[in-house]
Ligand binder design. Structure first.
Ligand SMILES: Cc1cc2nc3c(=O)[nH]c(=O)nc-3n(C[C@H](O)[C@H](O)[C@H](O)COP(=O)(O)OP(=O)(O)OC[C@H]3O[C@@H](n4cnc5c(N)ncnc54)[C@H](O)[C@@H]3O)c2cc1C
Length: 432
């Protein structure tokens, strides 16, 4: 196989299909190369799909056509200790009116559909094709080679959208050959079948409403957190761990996930459900400081391949950043074709568009969050502090009450230490 296109996109995830769709709609002859037997086959996430402003611009009827599950109207956080938990939930009327704030989706369905839209716009989807190297001509990326096919595909520009371990960006010299476990997380997820009416009843939902809950203090001392999201007739329940902390702990993600599912508060939520599947994937969580060089001669890097994931501890945004960067990469390639310049300089439009976008602005704003999250007290002592104080507030013992601020300080001194509390509050204030 040896064919010439006007652009090649490696990886048909949200970043790649958004890039291919943008370029194909502008009339370019684009190859979208995916290692799976169909787009999404190898992809998993939590997952809440947040708003996609750039894609909505290219594709105005996006939300009415995409294969979506429930729209999220309730967001909660649960602080857990062994046998106590404290929940906070926001249920906002605004989240229940279009345009909705976020939807649960299934990646195999969503990614296949988005890639298909790129194909309808004119892109050529090549599946079962694992890119193993980039083709260099005069020190410029000029194509890719495909594993086991002894062939290459050529184009004056390649968009690397091949996810967190991006082989393409590494081969082009835009990323380090190895990754730093301190900047990575691993997520594991159980998909649990449950009848729709049980989910509605259990989580207080009607129509297509959905619930997204995060958990702190549920990871057996490993830095990380839990999640539970409602689909139409299943629950996505899982944990995300900082890789370095998981490695040091010697624990396995699946054992920790099973422990999580058996914790009394979670067990009640998943009761009666039937485990359908487990899945796991890496997440680039290093934030702004992890972003590699986005542009090289004949190449652009997008989505997880460029570490464009915003994990603040409050929310995990990845697909929206991937899709936004894909659209902007697509626009930059279209502009480069108009000028006929695919050098690093000719492709700088991507850098400019990215710097102006919420993707880089948000990652810059929260650049201290990854460091803040490397604090073990968040996962152990603080959930205990929150649960102890709340338990005291509601406990009736027939004895005189203690002043609440004094009680808080006393418990904080015991559980965390006042100097640590002040330092952590300052660090959170600066990070968020
Ligand atoms: C447990 C977990 C929970 C998450 N929860 C959320 C959430 O709730 N909301 C959210 O917005 N984000 C979430 N994310 C993050 C989100 O999934 C990613 O940020 C997003 O998928 C990145 O999209 P992408 O297109 O850049 O990469 P990917 O989705 O990884 O797609 C890359 C594509 O490239 C293909 N590919 C890889 N290598 C090659 C190769 N050599 N040749 C050809 N094809 C290749 C892959 O098969 C894949 O189709 C979560 C992630 C995890 C792991």
């Amino acid at each position: 196989m040896s064919k010439m296109y006007q652009a090649i996109v490696v990886g048909a995830g949200p970043a790649g299909s958004s890039a291919a769709l943008t370029m194909a709609r502008a009339g370019l002859d684009v190859a979208l190369v995916e290692r799976g037997s169909f787009p999404g086959e190898k992809n998993m996430f939590g997952g809440v799909l947040h708003r996609l402003p750039a894609l909505e611009e290219v594709f105005p009827d996006f939300w009415t056509r995409a294969p979506l599950e429930r729209h999220i109207i309730k967001k909660g956080v649960t602080f857990m200790t062994g046998d106590s938990s404290f929940n906070t939930t926001i249920e906002a009327g605004n989240f229940d009116r279009p345009p909705y704030n976020g939807y649960t989706v299934f990646r195999p369905r969503f990614d296949s559909w988005l890639a298909e839209e790129a194909v309808k716009a004119g892109a050529t989807l090549i599946t079962r094709a694992t890119v193993e190297n980039v083709v260099l001509r005069n020190d410029r990326v000029a194509g890719v080679t495909i594993l086991d096919r002894q062939g290459e595909i050529n184009a004056p520009v390649v968009v690397a959208a091949d996810g967190v371990l991006s082989f393409t960006a590494k081969k082009a010299g835009l990323r380090q050959p190895t990754f730093d476990p301190a900047q990575m997380a691993v997520g594991v997820k159980a998909l649990i079948d449950m009848p729709r009416e049980v989910i509605d009843e259990r989580f207080g939902l009607v129509r297509d409403q959905g619930f997204a809950n995060e958990f702190v203090g549920c990871t057996g001392g490993v830095r990380g957190g839990g999640f539970l999201y409602t689909n139409y007739d299943s629950l996505s329940v899982g944990l995300v761990f900082h890789l370095a902390s998981l490695r040091t702990s010697g624990k396995t993600p699946y054992d920790l996930l099973n422990d999580f599912l058996e914790q009394p508060q979670v067990a009640k939520m998943v009761r009666g459900g039937r485990l359908q599947e487990y899945s796991a994937h890496l997440i680039p969580e290093g934030g702004y400081n992890m972003i590699p060089e986005l542009v090289g001669d004949g190449i652009l890097v997008t989505g997880d391949a460029a570490a464009l994931c915003n994990a603040t501890g409050l929310n995990l945004e990845g697909i929206n950043l991937a899709s936004q960067s894909g659209v902007l990469a697509g626009k930059a390639v279209v502009a480069a074709h108009e000028k006929g310049d695919f050098s690093r300089r000719g492709l700088q439009e991507y850098r400019r568009l990215m710097n102006d976008s919420y993707v880089i602005k948000d990652l810059k704003l929260y650049r201290k969050a990854p460091h803040m999250l490397h604090n073990d007290r968040i996962y152990n002592e603080y959930p205990e502090l929150v649960c102890s104080v709340m338990e005291y507030i509601y406990r009736i013992e027939g004895a005189p009450k203690e002043n609440l601020s004094k009680l808080f300080l006393k418990t904080a001194r015991e559980k965390v230490g006042l100097a640590n509390l002040a330092a952590d509050a300052f660090s959170a204030w600066r990070a968020l």
